[in-house]
Design a protein around this ligand. Sequence first.
Ligand code: PLP
Length: 600
Amino acid sequence: MTHQTALTYPDALIRQILADVKTIAMVGTSANYNRPSYFVMKYLIEKGYRVIPVNPTQAGNTILGETVYASLADVPEPIDMVDIFRGSEAAGGVVDEALAVAADKGIKVVWMQLSVRNDAAAARAEAAGLTVIMDRCPKIEYGRLGGELGWYGVNSGVISSRAKRAPGHGEGAAGKTDYGFSTRAIHAGAAPDPTTGARATPIFQTTSYVFDDVDQAASRFNLHNFGHVYARLSNPTVCVLEERIANLEGGRAACCAASGHAAQFLTFFTLLEPGDEFLAARNLYGGSITQFGLSFKKLGWTCHFVDPTDPENFRRALTENCKAIFLEVLANPGGIVVDVERVAEIAREAGIPLIVDNTMATPALCRPIEWGADIVTHSTTKFLSGHGNALGGAIVESGRFDWAASGKFPSLAKPEPAYHGLTFYETFGDFAFTTKARAVALRDFGPTLSPQNAFLTLMGIETLPLRMRQHVANAQSVAEYLAGHPKVAWVSHAGLPDSPYRALAEKYLPGGPGAVFTCGLKGGFEAGVKVVEGVNVFSHLANIGDTRSLILHPASTTHRQLTDEQRAAAGAGDDVLRLSIGLEDAADLIADLDQALDGV
Ligand SMILES: Cc1ncc(COP(=O)(O)O)c(C=O)c1O
């Protein structure tokens, strides 16, 4: 089935079902400890449910101490809910079997597991007065509403200033899900600490987490249960940040990493096999060009760079082995805006995910998932943390990509040897990608975000919408000033009237085209050196997205080793200055540039 048509159920309904139900007949329970049905049964028993396994091939045996019955009719006691672990087709027969005994057994709810959906059968059950849930896992829903699912960086959708409560353990959040962006920037993922009441997210400065017993430890190691094991994989402070970023991007889940480049590495390691290829826009941040073009090559992954200004170039460049398309919606540094919706369509037709680096725009200005992106990456080092003090990266998945449809992604859709045969897509559904990135790539390569940096990034995100408004306004003023300066040859900023990207910026970045742009000085290389050495408020350094305004002359610094031709191709010609406009008074920034340009 495809997740494009995902069903929505109110949290209040799910909470009510999981609070009311006591006895669950689980149809299709496996005796294999590594099958989802087995560990879902185990989890639900731990949470106090009585779970009765139903499976004709196991009838008479016991699973987790419970006798297995051949059919629902054979179960010799009342049943509140039937949980169906069968394919979507077979679910119809199980529903009919349930309807036949519903009155006798007292069945009130029919629940179909993740990726199980049978609309016709659901309609029959609803007509008979039963409540139906499809394409959901009761374990995941219980963990999501109670806050346990945070381990997976899942966007729970729960926003509340009260500690999270599991179903049946008191009132949950109000169930309102349409909170505005500024509210979510402050609250998403965070809740008061249940032990101390601490309202700010604590920094959990620990490497490891105590297990109650060996069984719990084994369940966590096997990914059969929620919970922290070791801080290379997860940390409660980092998980809050993951949920917050996933929420702000409108994604299903996120996984953080030590830097933006680490996030990109984890993304491609999760997607690609040696020999695979992908397409990337050729105007990416220079470090990404090097990572993709040179370092990835050593791992057997080939990147083909494409001019993104015509989206059709991506279609033309597709090859049999292409497994993804990567671009920056707002490119660093040239102020180029890519027609992301059209590229998403090309990726969709090719059956491959579109990955968008949203570092420069941030979700305050653009949410690529709304335009069809399947995965979003971030260098949180920039505007998300926003104060030039914390390196970090993030991967967000939309939850909409069908990893099984094309056969191109065995790493997600086939049993994983690195996890004793667990199939990630089957087990984790719409957060399979970030779970795999964490459980295999992060575990085995180790570029983990520190809790201290996660804390600083969370603090930064709380003011993201405010800051981005000021960054954008200041950048517009400075760009306009430079565009009118006699010593400046050109300014590449999508908010200027003559920018070729203005129309795309208005579509994709209605809040403004960010705060990083380039300009060219008529005096070339010498003039560039004089300006960066003449500024007093701007800082001459190699970063972007700080509260402070930053300036760089790539030709004399980051791109010095390149030939003239390479510099020009990278948009780093002798005359180019890159500016990242901060939050100071715009008048002071203009005065600073003015006096530096006077010295040219
Ligand atoms: C657009 C973009 N993507 C990715 C990166 C890499 O991020 P990091 O420096 O956090 O590894 C950067 C860094 O400058 C960037 O600007």
